[in-house]
Design a protein around this ligand. Structure first.
Ligand SMILES: NC(=O)c1ccc[n+]([C@@H]2O[C@H](COP(=O)([O-])OP(=O)(O)OC[C@H]3O[C@@H](n4cnc5c(N)ncnc54)[C@H](O)[C@@H]3O)[C@@H](O)[C@H]2O)c1
Length: 321
């Protein structure tokens, strides 16, 4: 797609993945509106959009009239979500409200104001639950381990229904753990790597919970490229897993961190009991369907991605604490 002059709406546009996508779209000449409600505990950060030629609308998708924002839009990248698994357990009603009910609201608004807009929806590997086999492909049974998994699955499925019943071009990308610049690193609410980066830059030891779990961490530039590549007729009406480079265990990732920053130290501890009940164990994706449909492949290996992330935060740490 030639992005120059295209009118784009990015929901969740001040968050981690949304902001990186906004930067990429604006750099390609798109006319970008980022909608974000700056939800407590999420990844939204005003600094995330520094330097991007993007219009930021601060509003909650549950509350505003979304039709004006959808008017004349060519593509909606739909990333706004309640993303905390523990948060979803604590307040499942708020979780459903954002991840499912507000999705239906956006679908209705887009039907009126942007009937032809393409939608790329940010979905998650979370609702596969504890994998029955690895790597996980799109045929793997869905068995959400927590409330957030249920609401995210519902939101995705409402969008897929919109494709089947209204013919809208919709693609859903089931993302694995993503990391890189603009990740929330203040605490462990986004991915574990966020708090690890913070601790390393503050000269403190970080904690590895468990250690044997496998993860296929995707560097954010590769995620951004996946979102852009999904705007492709070969993808419409389909759900795709998006993975990263070959999987590594948490202990291997911690070891890499210590190689990159020689002063980095870590301690291992048992997986906290309150999280163990919703933990999915090891995960890595079979994303060959998306690679085949689009030619996309992750380009940034773990060591390079972690190095780039550490360097990025060194000079910006104060904006992210
Ligand atoms: N980062 C990952 O590893 C990962 C993995 C799987 C799926 N995802 C999905 O990708 C999307 C983006 O995730 P992220 O990691 O960038 O999270 P994030 O928290 O950084 O971004 C989500 C953004 O949505 C905004 N938002 C939430 N509720 C809103 C509402 N009611 N109204 C307006 N804005 C609202 C938040 O303020 C936040 O900025 C989400 O849909 C998430 O489920 C992310």
């Amino acid at each position: 797609m030639d992005w120059a002059g295209r009118k784009i709406l990015v929901t969740g546009g001040a968050g981690f993945l949304g902001a990186n996508l906004c930067h990429a779209l604006a750099a390609r000449g798109a006319v970008v509106t980022a909608l974000d409600g700056f939800l407590f505990g999420g990844g939204a950060n005003p600094a995330n959009l520094d330097g991007a030629d993007v219009t930021l609308v601060r509003a909650d998708i549950r509350e505003i009239d979304l039709r004006n924002l959808c008017e004349g839009v060519d593509v909606i990248f739909n990333l706004a979500a309640q993303t905390s698994h523990m948060g979803g357990q604590r307040d499942p009603l708020a979780d459903i409200d954002i991840n499912a009910v507000a999705q239906v609201k956006l679908i209705q608004a887009a039907r009126e104001a942007a009937p032809a807009a393409i939608v790329v929806h940010a979905s998650t590997r979370q609702f596969y639950g504890r994998p029955q086999y690895l790597p996980v492909d799109e045929k793997h049974p869905v068995a959400p381990p927590d409330a957030n998994g249920v609401s995210k699955f519902a939101g995705e499925q409402y969008w897929m229904i919109e494709h089947r019943t209204a013919g809208r071009p919709v693609v859903s990308l089931r993302l694995t753990n993503c990391y890189g610049p603009r990740l929330r690193i203040r605490d462990a609410r986004q991915t574990f790597l966020g708090i690890w980066i913070r601790r390393v830059l503050e000269g403190q030891p970080f904690e590895v919970w468990g250690g044997d779990q496998l993860r296929d961490m995707t560097y954010v530039d590769d995620v951004t490229e996946a979102f852009l590549a999904a705007v492709n007729p070969a993808c419409y009406g389909r759900v795709f897993n998006i993975g990263g480079p070959p999987p590594a265990s948490l202990l291997e990732i911690a070891g890499l961190m210590a190689r990159i920053v020689p002063e980095a130290q870590f301690v291992t501890r048992e997986f906290p009991a309150d999280r163990a009940t919703i933990d999915i164990g090891s995960y890595h994706a079979d994303d060959s369907a998306f690679r085949m449909a689009t030619g996309w492949a992750p380009k940034v290996g773990l060591e390079e991605g972690i190095s780039r992330s550490i360097e990025w935060y060194r000079s910006r740490l104060k904006n992210y604490l």
